[in-house]
Design a protein. Structure first.
Length: 272
């Protein structure tokens, strides 16, 4: 329904933003929730706020600062909006000097250097580009996961997008990004009913979290347990699934923030 209020976790996934980002945008008065429960503090949003949220996500992908995003979205005058975007474009152009290295190599080739002096390698992407790809593909995977009418081709696309996001995080991310990437890959396979790869990637999620306790948040370990419960359930391994469900449920009391706790509770409620 159009007037349905969405909990922050579901709204974040549909918008391609994190729960933490939505809280931050609320604090900055950039994107206020439609309703905040007085007793629990849970934030809820209207579906018609998704366009604004997605616009913010898109502009952040384009590296526009938050204060500039506020001004761009608030600008009623198209000329003013164009002026601000043009100023950002100028800043981006200033970074293109890195292409001087490419120009140097092309010049060397034009002077007779062999075109292939070593085996071909993947394109040399800068860190910002890799990070944007990792985030964008992660969010796109969620868009496909939320689509109940996926075609077989979209199922394949969802698998490839999740793996590609995890690959780029492996190049530029921290351990927590890798673990969450493994979590999403496991969720994709679980949704598609493929138990073996779902279990494998859920285990990798847990292994990375356990090896890097200082970098994770208080809900990451519970999410890893939830992924293992879901994956073993899909694989038909009921005893293992129940064991991990119990461990994930026990983690709820260790999650300080009510909204983070709610996200895990909702995931546990959908276990097979």
């Amino acid at each position: 329904m159009d007037d349905e209020l969405l909990p922050i976790g579901r709204f974040a996934r549909l918008a391609g933003l994190s729960v933490g980002a939505l809280r931050h945008y609320d604090e900055l008065d950039l994107l206020r929730p439609a309703d905040v429960d007085r007793s629990s503090g849970y934030r809820r949003y209207r579906r018609d706020q998704l366009e604004t949220a997605r616009s913010i996500a898109r502009l952040r992908e384009l590296e526009l600062p938050l204060d500039e995003i506020r001004e761009v979205l608030a600008a009623d005058d198209p000329a003013e909006r164009a002026r601000r975007l043009a100023a950002h474009r100028a800043r981006i152009e200033a970074r293109t000097y890195r292409l001087q290295r490419v120009l140097h190599h092309v010049t060397q080739l034009s002077k007779g250097e062999p075109i292939v002096s070593r085996p071909p390698v993947a394109p040399d992407l800068d860190e910002a580009t890799r990070r944007a790809l990792a985030v964008g593909l992660f969010n796109y995977t969620w868009t496909l996961l939320e689509n109940p009418d996926r075609t077989p081709a979209q199922n394949d696309e969802m698998i490839h997008a999740a793996h590609a996001s995890r690959y780029h995080w492996g190049e530029v991310g921290e351990a927590v990004n890798l673990a969450r990437g493994e979590w999403q890959v496991s969720r994709v396979y679980a949704v598609l009913g493929r138990g073996e790869p779902a279990v494998y990637h859920a285990r990798r999620c847990l292994e990375i979290n356990e090896a890097n306790p200082s970098g994770r948040e208080d809900w990451d370990l519970g999410s890893a347990y939830e992924a293992l419960a879901r994956a073993h359930g899909v694989a038909g391994e009921r005893a293992a699934s129940d064991e991990w469900r119990v461990r994930a449920t026990a983690e709820l009391e260790r999650i300080a923030d009510a909204e983070d706790r709610q996200v895990l509770e909702q995931d546990l409620a959908t276990l097979p």
